[in-house]
Design a protein around this ligand. Structure first.
Ligand code: FAD
Ligand code: NDP
Length: 432
């Protein structure tokens, strides 16, 4: 097959790709200049929907959540790309990349050359066989990364409803918390098992975690802390019957969902671009999101970019706002180098579970200071580091209140005493 040439190629048609396309269009990309290649059968969609709503009874289906609706933009269905003259190859995997010669090849036997390349290959879930878990591939064990996983999980839910409705969710992070909440309305018996001493231990302080733990238990979700899933028991027909725990216990399970973290998809570029072997991993970029090759940019989950707001060390963010912002930034830089200056990103995490919704901005470094009243469901925390307030968390904030904590994390004002800060609570942010 002959080689086709595009001015711009995006590898990975996930979350970032839709936002890159939007920026290319607003920057005046001409028909026939942009090619996007993605493994999934769908053009870019808002991935967060998968763990919040996709597997609810009557969950949403595409095209309802195509990018860029989550970022307040147009719903970019396949026709949108066609209309703009953007070639979008879905169901197509890039199998090799030759960075020196500026060309890539796909599993369909196509080869494309480019002037500039955007890498947006995202992450893959860490599977439990990585840790040597026994029988980790039995039927009935699910992960959630893309729509195909969501469709498989929906079938698994229907099967579990025909059995004993016993569900075990492995991992106390984002997937664990959000999927438990998404599956509960199916009337399933859910146990959430995780190795740490509290939920979301990398972000939540003990006080914050204890609020959600109580909340989950009131919703009928059993929590098993400090327990590592070490294997699975075969029902005899290749499907899962129980989850084995490292300390010897076991949990009955008709359905298991694992959320044990993710790793960046960088294999295609091994030995060709600067990759970080150690934490945070990923493809190293400069502040313009350029990799070690000046015509190759990295965005979203795989980009290890200099965290200019916090001293310039490499940071990787596996979060949607960064995928959106970095894709738009890099697309703009690819068309008009130097136009955007440096990529500055304020870390932002959020989640929604049942009727709860929290946001966090900044870094959870230094000493946490709890504020508000957990019994009323409205509370938060600041983090003080070197005399400055560097991070802020808020449950059930209004739009204005969330903006106020974002401002605090951006400005990093001097901190009053811990007592004063706790007493001032949200007023410290809203009146600042
Ligand atoms: P992805 O969106 O993962 O896209 C990468 C794409 O590249 C995929 O479609 C993949 O199939 C494709 N690909 C990979 N390799 C190849 C190849 N060789 N050839 C072709 N295509 C390839 N973040 C939040 O901040 N808030 C949330 O509420 C939230 N919810 C989430 C819920 C779920 C279920 C998941 C999995 C993640 C969630 N995240 C959330 C994280 C957020 O979705 C990611 O940070 C974001 O999707 C990263 O965007 P990306 O474009 O870098 O990667
Ligand atoms: P997280 O890293 O958030 O959580 C993984 C959890 O699994 C940790 O608590 C981890 O513990 C635990 N774990 C690891 N191995 C085991 C085991 N054998 N038994 C029990 N628990 C175990 O990753 P997720 O899988 O939740 O999320 C995957 C990706 O999706 C991430 O990139 C995340 O950012 C993204 N995502 C983001 C959302 C959001 O921002 N709202 C929502 C959903 C997904 P330990 O830390 O000790 O290893």
């Amino acid at each position: 097959m002959s080689e086709q040439h595009y001015k711009y190629v995006v590898v990975g048609g996930g979350q970032a790709a839709g936002y890159a396309a939007r920026e290319f269009v607003s920057g005046g990309v001409k028909p026939g200049e942009l090619l996007i290649i993605g493994k999934e059968d769908y053009v870019s969609y808002e991935r967060p929907t998968l763990s919040k709503a996709y597997c609810k009874p009557e969950g949403p289906k595409l095209p309802a959540f195509h990018a860029t609706v989550g970022g307040g933009g147009e719903k970019q269905e396949p026709a949108w790309y066609k209309e703009k003259g953007i070639e979008y190859l879905t169901g197509t995997t890039v199998t090799s990349a030759d960075i020196k010669n500026k060309s890539i090849s796909t599993d369909k036997g196509q080869t494309f050359s480019y002037d500039k390349l955007m890498i947006a290959t995202g992450s893959t879930n860490i599977t439990l066989d990585t840790f040597g878990a026994k029988n980790a591939k039995l039927n009935g064990i699910y992960y959630l990364r893309d729509i195909a996983d969501g469709d498989a999980l929906n079938k698994g839910i229907a099967d579990a409803k025909k059995k004993n409705k016993e569900v075990v969710i492995v991992g106390g992070g984002y997937i664990g918390m959000e999927v438990s909440s998404m599956l509960k309305p199916h009337g399933l018996n859910i146990t959430l098992v995780f190795p740490e001493d509290r939920l979301m231990s990398r972000l939540f302080t003990p006080e914050i975690a204890s609020y959600y733990e109580k909340y989950y238990e009131e919703k009928g979700i059993k929590l098993l802390k400090g327990k590592l899933a070490s294997g699975f028991v075969d029902a005899g027909d290749g499907s899962v019957k129980a989850v084995e725990l490292k300390d010897g216990g076991s949990l009955p399970a008709d359905l298991v969902v694992v959320g044990a973290g993710a790793k960046p998809n960088t294999d295609l570029f091994d030995g060709q671009l600067d990759l970080l072997e150690e934490k945070p991993g990923g493809i190293k970029t400069n502040a313009q999101l350029q990799t070690s090759h000046p015509d190759v940019y990295a965005v979203g989950d795989i980009a290890a970019f200099p965290q200019t707001l916090y001293g310039g060390g490499s940071s990787r963010q596996e979060h949607v706002q960064h995928a959106r912002n970095s894709a738009a930034f890099a697309a703009s830089e690819m068309m008009a180098p130097g136009k955007r200056g440096e990529y500055n990103y304020l870390p932002y995490f959020y989640s929604r579970e049942f009727d709860r919704a929290w946001q966090f901005y900044g870094v959870n470094q230094g000493e946490p200071v709890f504020f508000g009243d957990a019994s009323s469901g409205k509370f938060g925390s600041y983090w003080i580091d070197n005399g400055k307030v560097v991070g802020a968390f808020l449950e059930s904030g209004s739009g204005d209140e969330n903006n106020a904590i974002k401002q605090v994390a951006t400005v990093r004002p001097s901190a009053p005493s811990k007592d004063e800060l706790s007493k001032a609570g949200l007023d410290f942010a809203t009146k600042a």
